[in-house]
Design a protein around this ligand. Sequence first.
Ligand code: ATP
Length: 606
Amino acid sequence: MKFAELVAAYERLDATSKRLELREIFVGLLKDAGGPELGPVLFLSQGQLRPEYEGVELGVANSLARRAIAGATGVPDAEVARSEKLSGDLGLTAEELLRGRSPAADAAAITVEELYRALRSVADAKGEGSQDRKVGILSALLTRSTPLEGKYLVRFVLGQLRLGVREMTILDALAQRYADGSKEARSRIEAAYNLTSDLGLVAEALDRGGLEALGALRLEVGRPIRPMLAERSPDLADVMERMDGRAALEMKYDGLRVQAHVPEEGPVRIFSRRLEEIGEQFPELVRALPGALRRRPAIVEGECVPIDPETEEIRPFQEISRRRGRKYDLERMQAEVPVTVFLFDVLLDGTTATTALPFGERRARLVDLLLPSERVALADQAVVTSVDEAQAYFDRCIALGGEGVMAKSLAPESSYHPGGRGFWWIKYKREYTHALADSVDGVVVGAFAGRGRRAGRYGALLMAVLDEESGRFETFCKVGSGFDDATLAGLPERLAPFARDAADPRVRTTLLPDRWMAPGLVLEIRGAELTLSPTHPAGFGRLKPGSGLALRFPRFTGRFRDDKGPEEATTVAELVRLYQTQVKRAADVAEPGGTTGGASPAGARE
Ligand code: ATP
């Protein structure tokens, strides 16, 4: 396949945000790509070179890309920089400058395979002289690029491709291309993806042998599985009803979810909720895990929490954020903020994949597998059979510093559902506010210039949630509270990679921020209550014609959800459910002893 063909499809993808159209364009691309090109086409279109968990990075900054453009066009570096300043998009600059250059008459068209290989060499270039090597490779590619190819190539290497093609759309397209597009085919493909976290691998298997070939894909140590997620519930009576009167309740630790892959021999790999590899940041866990498990290989999941080195008590979550993303001072931070992981699930035990087992059996295996230590412990659990017992356990968890409980089904069907949010797991948290039962993880889609004390900085952010149906990010509030001075000062730098001049085509809002942001950064927000409002489009018309949902008195909790991508943040459907929970709770308060019975949320309030 020629790069020019891929770029022609990108132009069409760029021009639409309609899920059906995006899918059709993708089906066309899948048909045109040959077997070995499938992975590259899928990854490149998502702005990646490899599945996200591999963490392959190109390491190309704007200055480097400018040098490559200068090299390919003969335009001086300073002029490239000037043009970039005007266009605000180095991709556009490349397009414009390549247009002004007379094309090399003998330049052969770039193929996708060749492009992909060259980009992998850019990523692989490390150490002394690597910057020059990267410039050389990119400059050679640009020399042979058409203006359009140049635009997308530069956007790609800078991580600014953003075609708005979500994984969900790609899965739809795969079901259409390699099966009959039915729901059943789609869910088998999604299951294979949830198990392997690698769309390229799934596409190649489909290309080789259709749906049947997916059966050969297995859980593997070193390749993360997409995590099982929990639903929310308004109260413990509802939780117990959904669990048919018997459930395993566990302490809900407030930390960082980790999936640890412990091979028979060799280094342990630890993945975050977003499947980023974070083992380097927690060397004490990497060291402790092999000795803490009776059998290997193993894949276990748990919550990693900061521990007070003096008292050994669990410390507030915020402290762990001091350990995230850190490359230096690791030893000192380990001593100041040591962590313990509380294991709550096992997915691979020796050579046996345990994901299909009911939760009770998985827990029994985990207990048997673990040799608890200071760094690796077992999540606290109690099996309860009544609302009163559940309430007593919940109260105990809060007293011990947990944020609530995770209720887990013990039914025969309670297998591990990768990548799925369902009522097999239900989270029930301590409530911080009267009306709103939980925080919302919102996506920044715009920023407003500050005034007064905040002049010259951002004063408020425009927040959105994803509507999974349409793939749009719909706004639900503008948040300006809860930011301390240091956070405010750091916002421009944090937001710079997402800033753009025009609204991202995926964003729906009625407000006009001073700076638009591509959906990327996720913030945890609390608020007083959700209200029906004509101003915000989140869930517009779902609860009442002419109204969307807005969060009143929103406040940043101080927690950047770096472990979540914009598509893993709160969704419109969840916001609607939160609103419904709030309405139900208000009705219960108005009618004491109502449906919540002994598990009145009042008992759980601070
Ligand atoms: P979600 O993961 O559901 O999108 P979230 O990341 O915002 O939401 P919460 O809503 O707080 O997190 O609840 C789910 C998370 O709780 C899990 O992903 C996990 O990180 C954490 N957790 C803490 N204790 C447990 C436990 N015992 N069992 C399962 N998860 C737990």
